[in-house]
Design a protein around this ligand. Structure first.
Ligand code: SAM
Ligand code: SF4
Length: 345
């Protein structure tokens, strides 16, 4: 067996966070992720089975992975997702499991997922009206997502986090409603800058609504936003205490302590220097970056006669080859062939 040294890349970054895509299928068609029609999905035989995912996780834990997030495609369209959560939660060494979902199927699954051991849930919702929702997703379903958010809160998820992709020309009208929504419901709203991972290859830098613009709008329309660690040291109310998430989101609270807003400013303030993530796609390809142009086929090891040591070696080699950062802000940038739904966001 290989020695269990932590996963440290050549830039000194320690990796403890694994994102697992459980399917590339989805029940909506967000324009920044999927094509509108005629999507070529993976065959179900191509998807890693729950046994294969669990084995991969057991090997990754030996290398220091202790945090998992299930994603997709839409993870809740994968049958018996709660059973996978329960299996992964039982792996010794796993400290934390999250799911990112579009929320459409959540109302029926929230309680089972919570009972299976899931404690962190991010629900993607880009707009607070059905009409604008459809402009983003090219499908109906706004009411189902709102029901899903309420069901998640009833099931015990706390906090429930919302992910909203920030797109110039679409998101501006949603900023203040989202600020009020965060204050009224206790849901944490996180704006994610639109990234060049859309299937239509239509991303342009000019279409990104930047985090600082949203901060300015909220601060002048509602009240100043304070970085959460500052709010803590200023002794603001307990609702503003920071979660030491160690992730890419920058968290803010309104100055009166009511309402949390986060930002994933992947374009205007890339967080590559502190990236601690690796990803495995639904068809078992290991990726060391969302924007990576290379991937490692782990499924052939899992399905062939690859040993656990060979799988561990593949993970180490992938991490060792990780680049310093993405090149989205340079002329050298090449968009990966896989769009977001096929990578697992
Ligand atoms: N279907 C689930 C969902 O939408 O929550 C999980 C998969 S989705 C790919 C994961 C996250 O990536 C979502 O919050 C989604 O909004 C975000 N996302 C997808 N494409 C994106 C893009 N081009 N730029 C920024 N965020 C994106
Ligand atoms: Fe589906 Fe999520 Fe992609 Fe939207 S972002 S199309 S919900 S996978």
């Amino acid at each position: 067996m290989l020695p269990t040294l932590p996963l440290i890349d050549s830039f000194g970054r320690l990796h403890n966070n694994l994102r697992i895509s459980v399917t590339d299928r989805c029940n909506i068609r967000c324009f920044y992720c999927m094509p509108a029609e005629n999507v070529q999905f993976m065959e179900s035989s191509e998807l890693l089975s729950f046994d294969e995912i669990e084995r991969f996780v057991r090997v990754a834990v030996r290398l220091g992975i202790d945090k998992l997030r299930l994603t997709g495609g839409e993870p809740l369209v994968r049958r018996d997702l709660d059973q996978l959560v329960a299996r992964l939660a039982a792996v010794p060494g796993i400290q934390d499991i999250g799911v990112t979902t579009n929320g459409i199927l959540l109302a029926n699954q929230a309680a089972d997922l919570y009972a299976a051991g899931l404690r962190r849930i991010n629900i993607s919702l880009d707009a607070l009206t059905p009409e604008k929702f459809k402009q983003f997703t090219r499908r109906d379903g706004f009411e189902q997502v709102i029901e899903g958010i309420h069901a998640a809160q009833r099931a015990g998820f706390d906090p429930v986090k919302i992910n909203a992709v920030s797109v110039r020309g679409l998101t501006e009208d949603e900023i203040i409603p989202f600020g009020r929504f965060a204050r009224e419901t206790g849901v944490e709203v996180r704006f994610i800058e639109y990234m060049p991972l859309d299937a239509d290859n239509a991303w342009e830098r000019g279409k990104v609504l930047f985090a600082h613009e949203i901060i300015e709008t909220l601060s002048s329309a509602i009240m100043p936003l304070v970085p959460v660690n500052l709010a803590e040291s200023a002794g603001l109310p307990a609702t503003t205490t920071a979660a030491g998430h160690g992730g890419p989101a920058e968290d803010f609270a309104f100055a009166d302590g009511i309402g949390r807003i986060g930002f994933i400013a992947s374009i205007s303030q890339p967080f590559c220097a502190s990236c601690n993530r690796i990803r495995i796609t639904a068809d078992g390809k290991l990726r060391n970056c969302l924007f990576s142009l290379e991937e490692t086929d782990v499924r052939s090891l899992l399905r062939g006669d690859g040993s656990d040591d060979q799988i561990a070696d593949a993970i180490r080699t992938s991490v060792a080859a990780k680049k310093e950062g993405h090149e989205v802000n340079t002329a050298r940038f090449i968009q990966p062939a896989r769009p977001m739904y096929s990578i697992g966001g």
